[in-house]
Design a protein around this ligand. Structure first.
Ligand code: URP
Ligand code: ZN
Ligand code: ZN
Length: 462
């Protein structure tokens, strides 16, 4: 079906003008100040965007949906995650495939893909985690890249679980360089964390408030430095995920200064929540346990400024949903057993608008760049995604900046029993969200089709 969006304020990282957008066969075919009604197909969906912004569909380049992790499984599936993403304006997800060390990579890829295929209402692709890298499994990674997964993920953290040894890290990064594949990386020194965790627990420091002290900023900065050293030696392109603090950002920028091809992602919890949240009583602090941990408030200014100056390329979520009642409570006797993660897939864009744009910290164009275009460019999806151009997919968000509401669990589609932003004022909301020309969400409600989401095959671009 055809789609016409009328009289909206169309915003991309480079443009800001009022006009109409027309889409047929899932793609944008006209962008004009005023599209002649005679050119609009009978039965076309017409959306009045007067007084509203029109953004390219938002891209979340770091989510976990199917995630076996810390003795449990993340609480969402592609149905709940898609609905949450869409009402929040996100039309494309890049999920981390995180297999166990014993799993065959190719089987993990097929498993993650099958879970998305049945239930996705957004378009999606994956970053493929490398959790071990012996010679004999290289062909499997080659096959996965050929199938359209053009980015790897490595963990310098999570000793005894997802953590990759230095020997395998070096080999995997060399392999990625040869294939033109970018390596995304969780940068925290796993051994330092392990030692700090043990000494805190031995001293009886078991509550969620000790999660942060077990992984201080220098541990993250050290991880960034380490990854960038390997990238410098090998020429591999790297993308630091969930950069949380000034120390870690400084290391990445210093490496960039030396000529390393390094890009920086930060995630929404680190922009808006600080380390006081984990101190909440009645074990409520567990809701705010993620890694890297929430940091001292001063770091938030550094992150917002990093977006404004484009030192930081993307704002993702690192959506990793675990219920409070049973899953977070697994760590009631030891913070090391609290599943890490703060669900934010639905709230990301509205939080950036509320706490960034409406607070005067960021312009709308920077918001679009950080929440959509940069991720599409870095991960080989542009200009199909992340753009409002002729030929781009008609993934569009008609956004009402004057909407006022409240973030709450009640409004959330994610399968968790809490909202980390409960009761906060929400400024702005997606009025209409389309995926390839079809309306999938309206005014906070999912109105789309489950299973409509497509796998996005990507070519290596690095
Ligand atoms: O706390 C987090 N970040 N949980 C998800 C796994 C990861 O490290 O990205
Ligand atoms: Zn991580
Ligand atoms: Zn993650």
């Amino acid at each position: 079906m055809a789609l016409r969006i009328r009289d909206g304020r169309i915003i991309t990282p480079t443009e800001d003008f009022t006009g109409d957008i027309y889409a047929e066969n899932e793609t944008i075919t006209r962008i004009e100040p005023h599209i002649d009604a005679k050119l609009v197909a009978p039965g076309a969906e017409i959306i009045d965007a007067r007084g509203k912004c029109v953004f390219p569909g938002f891209v979340d380049p770091h989510v976990h949906i199917y995630l076996p992790f810390m003795g449990t499984y993340a609480a969402d599936d592609y149905e709940s995650a898609s609905k949450a993403a869409l009402v929040g304006g996100t039309t494309t997800l890049i999920e981390m495939i995180c297999p166990g060390a014993e799993d065959q990579p190719i089987e993990a890829f097929e498993l993650w893909r099958s879970k998305a295929q049945k239930l996705a209402a957004v378009d999606y692709t994956f970053h493929m985690s490398v959790v071990r890298f012996e010679e004999h499994i290289r062909d499997q990674f080659r096959e996965i890249v050929k199938a359209g997964v053009a980015s790897f993920k490595v963990f310098l953290a999570y000793k005894g679980a997802l953590n990759l040894s230095d020997e395998h890290l070096f080999a995997a990064m060399k392999f990625a360089k040869d294939l033109g594949v970018i390596v995304t990386a969780h940068c925290e020194n796993a051994d330092a964390i392990d030692a700090l965790q043990k000494s805190l627990l031995a001293a009886g420091k078991t509550g969620p408030e000790w999660h942060g002290p077990s992984r201080p900023p220098i541990v993250e900065a050290d991880g960034v430095h380490h990854l960038c050293t390997f990238a410098e030696l090998l020429g591999t392109h790297v993308y630091i995920v969930h950069t949380s603090c000034a120390d870690a950002l400084r290391e990445a920028l210093a490496a960039r200064q030396r000529g390393v091809n390094v890009w920086v992602e930060s995630v929404i919890p680190h922009f808006v929540l600080d380390d006081t949240y984990v101190e909440r009583g009645q074990f409520e602090g567990a809701k705010y346990v993620m890694s890297p941990p929430l940091r001292a408030k001063a770091n938030q200014d550094v992150l917002w400024n990093g977006i404004k100056t484009r030192q930081i390329s993307t704002i993702a979520t690192d959506h990793a949903p675990f219920r409070f009642a049973d899953q977070k409570k697994m760590g009631v006797d030891a913070f090391t057993k609290i599943p890490n993660g703060i669900p934010s897939i639905q709230e990301r864009v509205d939080l950036v608008h509320t706490c960034g744009v409406a607070a005067g910290r960021l312009g709308l164009q920077a918001m679009v760049d950080a929440c959509s275009t940069q991720a599409a460019k870095l991960f080989g999806l542009y200009p199909r995604k992340g753009a409002i151009q002729l030929g781009s997919d008609a993934d569009l968000v008609v956004y009402d900046p004057s909407y006022r509401g409240t973030f709450s669990k009640e409004c959330s589609y994610s399968n968790v029993d809490y909202n980390a932003y409960e009761g906060w004022e929400q400024k702005g909301r997606a009025s209409v969200v389309t995926v390839r020309g079809k309306v999938q969400a309206r005014d906070g409600e999912f109105v789309g089709t489950i299973g409509r989401g497509q796998f996005l095959k990507r070519e290596p671009t690095h």
